[in-house]
Design a protein around this ligand. Structure first.
Ligand code: FAD
Length: 474
């Protein structure tokens, strides 16, 4: 009887794909039988002191879809996915012991909380097993950029230009067609109720996109060669309505259902065969932003989660919990902000324009600690990414000017989007939808839609322009 060799563990985290996964390729190259594991960290679904879960139900559903797809794709090449729920620092050492595992392959972590967990795992493993970390998140490999992490520049331009000049994006890895799998049965995603979700939460879950590598690859094909939407990206990217104005790659990138290099390779092919223009340049520019925030976030460490941030600027926050609750629920009385917040609550997604406006409004108008808003986005976003979320919030709080939500709603002609998410305003035919409280000058909210707690002087010019445009419509 043949004796099976001790297996090697492939620990999936935010790299839920078979294609272009260096960690997986290196594990396969060992020639040892492989065990594939994903650990659902139960802490992710706990309630925070702010009154919401660290990760809400849409995120859980998107994760489930992505893991089910990974399981199917692994089975096609002969592998089996084990899903465990609990604390990784307890589960991994027990699993290693049980299956006599001597090596673990995993994608390298970069953010503070995850690094703490890794340290605890290493300490619990007590040198009984070797951990092999492989970098995988970014478009440019961490070893190829012309900066060490402690020297990452403070402006994106100072990062982007030398990187573009001196570094190359690596080619994606070839697809794996067969794995030598350890004999073990695949397991299923747990019941949502076992993660702490109520029936009502589960019933209302409706993520904006379906998770998984298969969907990610389909979306890439759709946005590029199938529809050529990419050609217009530069001009459509600031909209909010529907799926087609921007790529929607972010949820797939966040869980690693697709690699940034695979997207890049497709864009380069598109440039050669369909069109090379400002749009194809711009989308790569955004992927480079994503890299920049990852590397800069690594440099700043846990300061990116702190109220004073890494700029250490003085902002006085009033932290009115009633105002924060209004903002979370989409009941501020500012239609552009509320429509986006309601979309986030229902679907787990919000456009970049929406994120900028909602963040700026919470920090600069409601004078609320930006870390509360960042935690709320973390809870809801199906594309939640540590550095993209916290670094963008930090930027809205400390690094860029105020964004005027009234001006923006008019500039981006968001009427249809607003009416989709705020049915109370469905009857308003004109641009009045951007400043609906003028219908309620007596203070009575006749649409059942709230009046803002304060109408700031700094909005006067934008409000007057909208009202003037109504006169010319008459
Ligand atoms: P596209 O416009 O099609 O862009 C293509 C890709 O480029 C995106 O998928 C994303 O990976 C990357 N990208 C684009 N803009 C940014 C940016 N500003 N910063 C970093 N990467 C970017 N993005 C996340 O992926 N996860 C988050 O948790 C997140 N939180 C945010 C919070 C705030 C307050 C703000 C202002 C922005 C945040 N973003 C976040 C960035 C951006 O809003 C989303 O990446 C984008 O809206 C996703 O939609 P898309 O894939 O269609 O983007």
């Amino acid at each position: 009887m043949a004796i099976e060799k001790d297996p090697v563990l492939v620990w999936f985290k935010n790299d839920l794909r078979i294609h272009d996964n260096e960690m997986l390729c290196q594990a396969v190259a060992t020639g040892f039988p492989l065990v594939f594991l994903y650990v659902i960290d139960i802490r992710n679904f706990e309630m925070l002191a702010l009154g919401f879960r660290k990760a809400d139900v849409n995120r859980a559903v998107f994760l489930k879809q992505s893991l089910e797809d990974l399981r199917k794709n692994l089975e096609k090449i002969g592998g089996h996915l084990i899903i465990e729920t609990g604390l990784p620092e307890e589960i991994i050492p027990k699993f290693v012991e049980k299956h006599s595992i001597k090596q673990i392959f995993a994608e390298e972590e970069y953010a503070w909380e995850e690094l703490q967990i890794i340290r605890n795992i290493e300490s619990n493993l007590n040198n009984k097993c070797e951990l092999i970390w492989i970098w995988g998140k970014t478009l440019y490999h961490i070893d190829d950029i012309p900066f060490s992490i402690d020297k990452i520049p403070l402006t994106s331009k100072a990062y982007r230009i030398p990187t573009g000049k001196n570094s190359e994006v690596r080619q994606p890895f070839k697809d794996i067609v067969k794995v030598n799998s350890f004999k073990i049965e695949s397991s299923k995603f747990p019941e949502f109720k076992d993660l702490g979700f109520s029936e009502a939460e589960i019933k209302n879950a409706a993520p904006y996109l379906k998770g998984g590598e298969t969907e990610a690859i389909k979306r890439l094909e759709y946005y590029t060669f199938e529809t050529e939407l990419l050609t217009g990206y530069r001009w459509s990217r600031n909209r909010s309505l529907g799926l087609d104005y921007s790529s929607k790659f972010s949820p797939y990138l966040a869980l690693g259902c697709i690699s940034a290099r695979t997207i890049y390779q497709k864009i380069k092919h598109y440039e050669q065969t369909v069109k090379k223009n400002q749009s194809t340049w711009w989308i790569v520019f955004e992927l480079v932003w994503r890299d920049y925030f990852t590397f800069k976030g690594m440099k700043m460490g846990n300061q990116i989660f702190m109220t004073e941030g890494f700029k250490k600027k003085e902002l006085i926050f009033e932290n009115d919990t009633d105002l924060f609750a209004r903002w979370c629920k989409g009941l501020t009385g500012l239609p552009f902000v509320d429509a986006h917040m309601r979309q986030l609550n229902q679907t787990g997604y919000m456009s970049n324009r929406g994120r900028v406006n909602c963040a700026s409004f919470l920090v600069h108008d409601y004078k609320t600690d930006w870390t509360w808003g960042a935690a709320y986005f973390e809870s809801k976003l199906i594309d939640y990414d540590v550095s993209a979320n916290w670094m963008n919030w930090h930027m809205q709080a400390y690094e860029i000017w105020y964004t005027n939500p009234i001006h923006q709603s008019n500039k981006y002609k968001a009427k249809e989007f607003i009416q989709k998410y705020i049915p109370e305003l469905a009857e308003i035919e004109s641009n009045l939808i951007y400043v609906p409280w003028h219908e309620n000058a007596d203070g009575i909210d006749k649409n059942g839609y709230p009046i803002p707690v304060e109408i700031f002087k700094k909005w006067d010019r934008s409000i007057n322009l909208i009202l003037k445009s109504l006169d010319s419509e008459k």
